[in-house]
Write a protein that binds this ligand. Sequence first.
Ligand code: UD1
Ligand code: CA
Length: 461
Amino acid sequence: MSCTTAVILAAGAGTRMKSDRPKVLHEVCGRPMVSHVISQSKKAGVERIVAVVGHGSQEVKEALADENGVVFALQEQQLGTGHAAMTAAEYIPQEGNVFVLCGDTPLITADTLSRFAAFHEAGGNAVTVLTALFDDPFGYGRIIRRQDGSLEKIVEEKDASEAERAVKEVNAGMYCFQAAFFRENVVRLNNDNAQKEYYITDLISMAVESGAGAGAFTVSDADEIMGVNNRVQLAQAAGIMRGRIARHHMLEGVTILDPENVYIEEDVKIGSDTEIWPGAVLRGRTEIGRRCIIGKDTVIEDSVIGDGCDIMKSVIRSSRIGRETTVGPFAYLRPDSDVGEHCKVGDFVEIKNAKFGDGSKASHLAYIGDADVGSDVNVGCGVVFANYNGVKKFRSTVGDRAFIGSNANLVAPVEIQEDAYVAAGTTVTVTVPEGALCVGRARETVEEGWVERKGLSRKKS
Ligand code: UD1
Ligand code: CA
């Protein structure tokens, strides 16, 4: 298709959000609303995006800095959607077709945009508007048709007569224009209306009157065009998007025990036969393998989890976990934890910036920070890698098959070599050679009959 340019209107203040942040940067499923519109446009074949920015323009530009193919047009004063469109005019090509979309409609899909563009091209009109039927059309521009059903104009809520307000067909705020018509006519818009704003919608009646022609394409799923103007609508849009994402994964073979009670962001990948329990939050560029269990209230961000893992009530950030490893309940993997396969990271274990080799276990209550732990290592209950002296962090090394007894402290930097043992309760500050035992405890003394002598016995006589 030849609709390779899209103008995205994103300069409005979004007053009803009552926010310091520009409206289009408010997030739906972990991404700014405007980013959803951009990514769906690109999927529909758009190569060049003109983002009209104004309110909070610097913030919007920064948020979109990593997007390819986006140029910015600055609308210094927000004088209406038509004025925003004028601002973009210099970036519009001479030929072909151009989309005009809004930054506050995060639910639009690439599929609908593609069909919309194809409809526009087939119709041969100067402009085609996307419409939907709403039970409650309040606040939207109404699509006014003639007796014969052909398009006449769009009337804004505030300018509409009572009869016009009764119309349930609304303007989605998305258009496909012949580029030449757009360039020629956008400059002719005026602000002669109730809001004293320049309305892009007036281009429809201009196309009708001049004989250039205007058409309408009605979406089947009205959700797609929902505009977000306040935080109630923001939550509604997010709910719909979460539903779509969950549905997609379920159709790809993922079991979701309670689809309304999981939060999975758009870019997350999940293998088949994995089971997601209620309250799971899966964010960013997370990839989860097949046959995993992602247990209740688990949070995973930007992490890769191998096949067959069992993760219970844990938090995992920017880390990697090999296959068949169990994590939790109540484990915390902080950034750059690299846990191997067939490992056990049990309850109240925290790992940070550490490698934890295949088959190693830390079953309960341990802190493993800044360390290289080999494979088949046993980290006992209560072991602390003391990596920080109050000023600087240090790294420790533990060789394969080493055994660290309960309640040991490893004062970094320290090295425990392969097959070495550290006795329970030992504080290690020296290198423990391969196969050696390191014990560091004061010898205990036992005083026979001490309780009786001190009169502390609570035995019933
Ligand atoms: C607009 C349409 C309305 C349609 C509705 C769909 C007009 C006159 N009305 O109304 O027919 O039903 O969208 O959601 O077009 N913007 C700018 N610069 C401005 C004003 C707005 O960039 O000066 C941007 C906003 O950031 C927003 C978009 O344009 O992304 C729509 O603006 P908004 O004020 O929300 O328009 P509506 O009143 O909702
Ligand atoms: Ca709006």
